[in-house]
Ligand binder design. Sequence first.
Ligand code: MG
Length: 342
Amino acid sequence: MRLRFAPFELQLRHRFGIAGHTRTSTPLVLTEIEYQGTIGNGEASMPPYLAENQETAQQFLSVIDLTPFDAPRNREDIERIMQYVDSVAPGNTAAKAAIDIALHDLLGKLSDKPCYELFGVNPALMPSSSFTIGIDTPEVIRKKVKEAEGFQVIKVKLGSGQDKEIIETIRAETSLPISVDANQGWKHKEAALEMIHWLSERKVLFIEQPMPKEDKEGNAWLTANSPLPIVADEACQRLVDVESAAQAYDGINIKLMKCTGLAEAAKMIVRARELNLKILIGCMTETSCAVMAAAALAPLCDWADLDGPWLVANNPWQLPLLEKGRIRLENRPGLGLRAAEE
Ligand code: MG
């Protein structure tokens, strides 16, 4: 197998604000793994507040040698290849995911099966996906609620000090259920709990990463007292983190870019269920490629936040199909991607 990769700047349709950051584009590295003329596609997405960037990802990918490996015939073969990839250097989780995703797309194409079938997933169990609204002015927030047409859940970024104003602006426009992501933006547990009680009266489903990930005691206290489920995102990156997340949270947010891809995400889902955790499957700003990879596992999860391709202006792939707010998994080999110009 041969690995190729190239940088790609993914342009956002709107300036995007979360607690502490704002940006207009997201750096990607796109990957291809080729075996006898069949190509699997993958992607690394690296929002600037995380540790990786296009340079680190390309440097990591340039030392990966897949030529000694035969094409994967099953998921176990991919797990073996990913053990090698993971052993090359610590970190680099998005770059590793770019290999994992391309391998699964390739395996699906070579075995003429959709990726979800490789995991025994029933597409009919797909949860609704949320559409994310960043921290912004009331005027822009109203505009974004209108753009969420077709989605059945709104995800809101809080933690900026204008939290109630943002929720009230959205509630004046729509009665759709809301999920909240504070991105560690709440610093005092008592004030956070008061806010969660206020939110619980406004059709909010759950709260993602309310307080800084280092404040395990504060997050655990909130989880014990909150009327809404509390979900770890920044505090839970990989399989090894699931156990400790279960001590402080009701659920975890799994993202392929954090956990090195589908192979490890599938294991996290199994472990999370053993520990009675709820599961949200999320994404970064991503093209249809990485989002369709996550969508292949989404029917195994309680909630999905897979809106990346709808937030960007230059997706090289066609948008996933959205039916009643749920991504439809098509019976096409691999990730089922179609080039944008097809
Ligand atoms: Mg989050």
